[in-house]
Ligand binder design. Structure first.
Ligand code: FPP
Ligand code: MG
Length: 273
């Protein structure tokens, strides 16, 4: 079954919650909120919030308890893409087949819309109840997004882009630039469900495996990254090993982890033959 069909209910809930969050923040100045809306609703897969919802369900939590945190992480992902496309970074004209934010609205608006989404994400996380859960989410998501996570990976990526990349640096970049936000997407689902001990450890291992698998599959599609250090066959093997680990950890979470198994299947189905 296709990703969109399998996750129909979750994707609809995520869109609705994102619209609700953005709607309550439509006041003056309207222009910046328009740019933020454009970026958020220009067709991503919503892989990160879907993962958060799937983990929450696997741990016995309820979707409505975790939706705001899932959407906050998607807003951080969106901000990172807006800034990544800027002339000072990748200087891209298109994202998901549409003009990038700075192409459509200008550079200043794109920078500020990214800033606006990042700060709004933490406002939303801070509103999670009970307050201890909000504090834990803010702490984990800020670490994952900051210089010990996504930003750190991005900086290392820029700094090594003109040098010959070695495998351990590439591992570091993947672990942080993409991996950190995906791992915290999984962890957020466990936090929202109040998972402890063995369950929370299985979620952490699942998140690490699926996060790296996501990147390795992307590298196979782009013929880049890991494909520069490993043969195609070895890269496919690496992806398959990670996907198997993800499936095994999902298995430990019991019968409600079907969506987590599906996400592993989805990544496997993206491996180009
Ligand atoms: C595509 O995700 C995104 C990535 C592979 C990660 C990119 C990470 C950065 C650009 C970090 C940059 C950070 C800053 C602050 C500039 P996806 O395949 O889920 O895309 P989709 O949302 O379009 O589906
Ligand atoms: Mg880019």
């Amino acid at each position: 079954m296709k990703y969109e069909r399998f996750f129909k209910k979750q994707l609809r809930a995520i869109e609705k919650e994102l619209r609700r969050i953005m709607k309550t923040r439509q006041a003056r100045p309207r222009s910046i909120h328009r740019v933020m809306q454009y970026a958020v609703f220009t067709g991503g897969k919503r892989f990160r919030p879907v993962l958060t919802l799937a983990v929450c369900e696997a741990c016995g939590g309820k979707m409505r308890d975790v939706l705001p945190a899932a959407c906050a992480i998607e807003m951080i992902h969106t901000y990172s893409l807006i800034h990544d496309d800027l002339p000072a970074l990748d200087n891209d004209d298109l994202r998901r087949g549409q003009p990038t934010c700075h192409k459509k609205f200008g550079e200043a608006a794109a920078i500020l819309a990214g800033d606006g989404l990042l700060t709004l994400a933490f406002e939303v996380l801070s509103e999670v109840k009970p307050a201890e859960r909000a504090a834990e989410l803010v702490r984990r998501v800020s670490t994952a997004s900051g210089t010990h996570g996504m930003i750190g990976g991005q900086v290392e990526d820029i700094e090594t882009s003109r040098k010959r990349l070695d495998l351990s640096t590439h591992d570091f970049i993947c672990h942080n630039k993409t991996g950190a936000l995906i791992r915290v997407s999984a962890a957020a689902g466990a936090i929202a469900a109040g998972a402890k001990g063995g369950k929370s450890a299985a979620v952490a291992r699942y998140g690490a495996a699926i996060g790296l698998a996501f990147q390795v599959v992307d590298d196979l599609l782009d013929r880049d990254g890991y494909c520069r250090f490993l043969t195609r066959q070895e890269t496919v093997k690496k992806a398959m090993r990670l996907i198997a680990t993800a499936r095994r950890e999902a298995g430990r979470l019991g019968p409600k982890a079907g969506a987590l198994v599906y996400l592993a299947d989805f990544l496997e189905s993206r491996i180009p033959c």
